[in-house]
Design a protein around this ligand. Structure first.
Ligand code: ADP
Ligand code: MG
Length: 595
């Protein structure tokens, strides 16, 4: 070293702010978030966000909130300056709401900032400019009540960070996302978002939550939400649950708000997934908007610089309450898929045109970050997508149409689907999927009541197995008994099935036991006995159910249709595939231009 100077130097304040900025200000969208949050804290009822070049050139946020006087304006850009903590008692709010008074200082350390603000009792506004931390004087200027903060050329003195900014479209996509995350839970406020002089979105504070969802996303999403609310043990949950037909290929349409702030939380996501289990195929994600209200004391917001993650003190309670609320709502709702016939040529309404503009602006972002999420809506099975309605209409006239006991008509097509008249039109049923669901619920019910009757096989079915498989079966005697299966040793490395459940008479016993051993060997399942049992029943139901391609007698079809009303979740098979697609007569009439 040879240098007699010490190693430790203290960083100047601007350097400290720049380091803090690294945490808070990642990209233009983070600036938008901090500024909009400040506007809301200031009691604004109207917030206008205008950006240029994806926020790379300009971010401007104007509000009609309480504003700041000259001295507050000067102070607000000092680090650790906040009006939100004044007394020792308020210190508590640091931990509850996460006010740290460093957002403005951080932003002003990495960009050219101009702030204009006017309080309600002031005759004029005041203005302050700061260029990458070097602060000018506060001067009077003209301006409306409230505050405008303009942030130009973010990171322009920090080429290394500037280089990391993405294209204007991508950055704007992030801004839209932040805008949505703030606009949704604050549905009482008027807000606009403008990009390069073009208004991209305008939401109105009187519209209510569902309308806001429709404005920020689409009518289709807003119309396919099931609303549920609970209030228990200090935890209030309001949730809008997307029906399975608008599910997505990723989790980006899951919006969780805790006391009005957007958060991400893996326990909550898990509870949502569990709640939808059986209603969605495993690779689909539900659209969910959830607003949670709970005491600030029950969680800690200071675990993440932007507060997007929090730490709940009682995760189990939260998980179980969300799961219970969502699950019971989903089970109580008929989730049949309603087929939508392709729209006719003249169907674009005025508001759809406006929506299209918004959609266009968002589309690049969606393409990049939400791959595969647009137009996921179920239209027609892939094979018939282009031939509007031929597969059904051609066949429907030819064979004799049968009457069910309740006087409705049915018809089996391609030995796989059943077309049946319903009150509102007609429905197409996947015979395997529906029967699988019926078998599954039947099995669950019987297991619960402990009467899964078995019957002796006339000829014991023998099979070979490895030592470890034998050990697995040995360990699972109780489970096997519950299922009504009796297995006895039958020679070296051989066992024989002597009794098998009656209800599974269509399944091959040896084939069944082989799959059962696979499930028993699954490490993930062995820790969760409930899940294991469910998986086994799933598997059993699939094996015992009527297959696709199987010709059914009228009696069998009648039985199937009759049993349909017995099951709790008839619109989905246990794997989450739909069992039934409904068509309404109104849609058909529209298509045939009868209306
Ligand atoms: P914090 O929000 O954590 O207090 P900020 O750096 O974001 O810290 O803001 C500092 C202070 O500046 C706020 O506490 C508030 O007093 C004032 N302020 C910021 N933005 C506004 C605004 N839009 N309207 C009125 N006051 C504001
Ligand atoms: Mg703030």
């Amino acid at each position: 070293m040879g240098d007699d100077m010490g190693q430790i130097v203290s960083l100047d304040q601007n350097m400290i702010n720049m380091i803090a900025a690294g945490e808070v200000v990642e990209r233009p969208a983070s600036v938008v978030k901090e500024l909009m949050e400040n506007s809301i804290d200031a009691g604004a009822t109207k917030i206008d966000v205008a950006v240029e070049d994806g926020g790379r050139k300009l971010i401007s946020v104007t509000d009609n909130g309480g504003g700041m006087d000259a001295s507050d304006l000067a102070l607000s850009f000092e680090s650790h300056a906040t009006s939100k903590i004044k007394t020792n008692a308020d210190l508590h709010t640091i931990s509850t709401l996460g006010f740290r008074g460093e957002a403005l200082a951080s932003i002003a350390s990495v960009a050219q900032v101009k702030a204009i603000s006017r309080t309600k009792d002031s005759l004029a506004a005041n203005c302050l400019e700061i260029d990458c931390g070097s602060k000018g004087d506060v001067n009077p200027c003209s301006g409306d009540f409230g505050t405008t903060i303009q942030v130009r050329d973010i990171f322009y003195k920090l080429p290394a960070r500037r280089k990391f900014l993405k294209t204007a479209n991508t950055e704007f996509g992030h801004i839209i996302e932040q805008f949505i995350r703030i606009a949704l839970p604050n549905s009482g406020l008027d807000m606009t978002l403008t990009h390069n002089g073009r208004e991209i979105c305008r939401v109105n504070g009187t519209e209510g939550l569902r309308q806001r969802i429709s404005e920020l996303f689409s009518d289709e999403i807003a119309e396919n939400l099931i609303e549920t609310a609970t209030d228990e043990k200090g935890l209030r949950i309001l949730a809008f649950l997307g029906k399975p037909d608008i599910s997505k290929t990723n989790n980006n349409y899951q919006y969780i708000f805790l006391n009005g702030r957007y958060i991400r939380d893996k326990f909550i996501s898990h509870a949502i997934r569990e709640a939808y289990r059986g209603n969605l195929e495993p690779d689909r994600f539900p659209v969910v908007f959830m607003f949670i209200q709970m005491p600030f004391e029950d969680y800690d917001v200071n675990v993440h610089p932007t507060k997007i993650e929090v730490r709940f003190y009682n995760t189990n309670l939260l998980h179980s309450q969300i799961l219970a609320a969502l699950r019971s709502k989903l089970l109580a709702t008929n989730l049949d898929i309603h087929a939508r016939l392709p729209a006719g040529p003249n169907s674009t309404s005025g508001s759809d045109v406006r929506r299209k503009e918004i959609t266009d602006a968002m589309s690049e972002f969606f393409k990049k970050y939400r791959t595969g999420t647009t137009q996921q809506r179920f239209n027609f099975p892939a094979a018939s997508r282009n031939t509007t309605y031929s597969p059904v209409s051609e066949k429907i006239a030819t064979p004799a149409i049968n009457q069910t006991c309740d006087n409705r008509k049915f018809l089996q097509i391609h030995d796989s689907f059943i077309v049946t008249e319903s009150e509102e039109g007609f429905a197409i049923i996947d015979q395997h999927a529906l029967h699988e669901r019926i078998m599954y619920e039947n099995l669950c019910k019987r297991i619960k009541n402990g009467n899964l009757e078995s019957q002796r096989l006339l000829l014991p079915a023998s099979f070979e197995l490895t030592d470890s498989q034998a050990e697995l079966l040995q360990k699972s005697v109780e489970l096997l008994e519950k299922l009504g299966i009796e297995i006895v040793p039958f020679g070296p490395k051989t066992m024989a099935i002597q009794a098998f459940p009656m209800i599974l008479s269509k399944a091959d016993p040896v084939d069944f036991i082989r799959d059962l051993m696979d499930l028993l060997a699954d490490k993930n399942l062995s820790v969760e006995t409930d899940r294991l049992l469910e998986e086994i029943l799933d598997m059993a139901a699939c094996k015992a159910a009527i297959k696709a391609g199987q010709k059914l007698t009228d009696n069998e079809i009648e039985q199937l249709l009759a049993d349909r009303h017995l099951v709790e979740c008839a619109s989905r098979c246990p794997h989450g595939r739909p069992t039934t697609i409904k068509f309404s007569i109104t849609e058909l009439e529209k298509q045939f231009k009868r209306t």
